[in-house]
Design a protein around this ligand. Structure first.
Ligand code: 2DT
Ligand code: MG
Length: 222
């Protein structure tokens, strides 16, 4: 028995994730396969609305608290993810737990984000709440320099984490995560090229998985 594949797209802000996720969705639909697109944070749930308000700087929150809310926002959808995969639906997910680690752990060295009295968020601490979530079968990391990402679209810098210094740290933490996941589960795609070139590379990696994956859904970091 095969199940659907769990494909995650990660990257810095403005790296082209959402565009590529939409194109990938179209391709899989065109192949007449069952597929669903998810996005984290999912701002539509009550937890997601707290996250949205924080990201737009309409509210402030302790760094640990917002980190746990991002994780809770995945846990509240985790059983849906599992049952979709088991019913044979491929999932494309725009950001997942790796963004959770990369963004929160990056705050430790960015002075303004946390008052000096609060304890820093270590990599290990940030990873813990997501242990045992459904694990992606493949993560595509769309790699782009923060400078190039900032030039991609208007409106850069509107949300809380869209600052070059922060994005540079985030990119470093993503690199560490990629090493820990290993080459089988984590593919780095040069996102500094044309949309078509990036799309072609992504399809090359994803198309074999669209036929279905064998074995149970894995547990993240286990
Ligand atoms: P979007 O621009 O993709 O909507 O993301 N983030 C995201 C975290 O800090 N932790 C998480 O767990 C996730 C999923 C990345 C909004 C911002 O939220 C950050 C950018
Ligand atoms: Mg964003």
């Amino acid at each position: 028995m095969t199940r659907g594949a769990f494909i995650v797209i990660e990257g810095l802000d403005r790296s082209g994730k959402s565009t590529q996720a939409a194109r990938l969705l179209e391709r899989i639909e065109a192949a007449s396969k069952s597929v669903q697109l998810l996005k984290f944070p999912d701002r539509s749930t009550p937890i997601g609305q707290l996250i949205d308000s924080y990201l737009r700087s309409r509210s402030d929150m302790d760094d640990h608290t917002i980190h746990l809310l991002f994780s809770a926002n995945r846990w509240e959808i985790s059983s849906k993810i599992k049952s979709l995969l088991e019913s044979g639906t491929t999932i494309i997910c725009d950001r997942y737990a790796f963004s959770g680690i990369a963004f929160s752990a990056s705050k430790a060295l960015i002075e303004e984000s946390s008052p000096p009295s609060s304890s820093p968020l270590t990599y290990e601490w940030c990873r813990a709440p997501d242990v045992s979530l459904p694990a992606p079968d493949l993560t595509l990391f769309l790699d782009i320099s923060p400078e190039q990402a900032a030039r991609q679209r208007e409106g850069y810098g509107e949300e809380r984490y869209e600052k070059l210094e922060m994005q540079a740290r985030v990119r470093e933490v993503f690199a560490r995560i990629g090493k820990e996941i290993g080459a089988e589960g984590w593919v780095t795609i040069d996102a500094g090229r044309s949309r078509e070139e990036v799309e072609k590379d992504i399809w090359e990696k994803v198309s074999p998985l669209v036929e279905g994956v064998n074995g149970p859904v894995n547990a993240l970091w286990n």
